[in-house]
Write a protein of this length. Structure first.
Length: 250
């Protein structure tokens, strides 16, 4: 039986203050990477993975982003809906929670500033097929020595495939958080609990899940991904994409 495509939630509400000088005031989702804005790259990867429905959570400079989302939906023949998060400054957990009214089942949760290969979404879905209804999955990278700006990366500690700890300052750790999730509505309950305890970050919600053994890891293997949040990481991502284009065209 053919699988029904899952929807995607794309977080695009943040200010991206570390890129503001390079972006000349553009909101981070519109920052071009080799001429293609970050948000459009995420939409393209979703489309290549067979995703036809998405919810893009906006906050900072949403008046610029909403028309762009409408244009992307038309250009790539996708059902894309902008979801406004009026409290986006509290943390990215509130942006993920803003999509709750639109979802009843499993969905991909993506960061608009993470460049990734579409195949990674397929790995997440395949690994999740046998999961219970309240388990979420995170794509992780075990190639720690190859991570750009490792101190800034979010680390994860594993017990088998179960994630037991997550955080930027985590020691010791086994892999790196790539920012690609396959989640279920149980995430929204976890985000509410974390926010009630004073933590409005997405990682805070994930820590609520892992404390109950409900957050599992999926190894991405050799697939490329990159977190674009500084001028240096932007330059690195463009170099890597150019190198990959040269490799495939040789």
């Amino acid at each position: 039986m053919e699988q029904r495509p899952l929807p995607a939630v794309i977080l695009a509400a943040g200010q991206g203050h570390r890129l503001l000088e390079s972006s000349r005031g553009l909101p981070k989702p519109l920052m071009p990477v080799l001429g293609v804005p970050l948000l459009e790259r995420t939409v393209l990867s979703c489309r290549a993975a067979g995703i036809t429905e998405g919810f893009v959570v906006v906050g900072y400079r949403q008046e610029l982003l909403i028309p762009v989302i409408t244009g992307l939906a038309r250009r790539y023949e996708m059902a894309l809906q902008a979801v406004e998060n009026p409290v986006w400054e509290e943390g990215n957990g509130t942006s993920a929670a803003a999509a709750a009214p639109f979802l009843q089942g499993a969905f991909f949760l993506l960061m608009c500033d993470h460049v990734f290969e579409p195949e990674m979404l397929g790995h997440l879905r395949t690994a999740t097929e046998a999961d219970e209804a309240d388990v979420c999955r995170l794509a992780v990278d075990h190639r720690i020595e190859e991570i750009f700006d490792l101190p800034d990366a979010t680390k994860v500690r594993l017990s088998g495939q179960t994630i037991t700890a997550i955080g930027k300052d985590l020691v010791p750790f086994d892999a790196i958080d790539t920012g690609l999730f396959l989640c279920r509505p149980v995430l929204f309950e976890a985000l509410e609990r974390a926010r009630a305890q004073g933590d409005s970050s997405l990682s805070g919600g994930m820590r609520q899940l892992l404390s109950a053994g409900k957050l599992q890891a999926v190894d991405i293997g050799a697939h490329f991904w990159s977190d674009v949040d500084t001028p240096a990481s932007l330059a690195y991502t463009e170099r890597m994409l150019q190198a990959r284009l040269a490799q495939f065209s040789a």
